[in-house]
Design a protein. Structure first.
Length: 63
């Protein structure tokens, strides 16, 4: 445990102390282009669970 505490103490000297924020304040998350592309790809995948196994497959395109 002492080894860990010394390591965190050294890290705090290099990068400064951890930021303290109000835990009641909402977290603002902005979506960028890559996240939107990932969400679009994931929306085309269907997930099924059966007997402890998980399967994923692409949904067929509806034209």
């Amino acid at each position: 445990m002492n080894r860990f505490m010394r390591a965190t103490e050294k890290a705090a000297k290099v990068w400064g102390p951890a930021d303290r924020i109000d835990s009641d304040s909402p977290v603002v998350h902005r979506h960028d282009a890559s996240e939107k592309a990932s969400e679009e790809q994931l929306s085309q995948i269907e997930v099924e669970r059966e007997a402890g196994h998980t399967y994923a497959y692409r949904r067929p395109h509806k034209d």
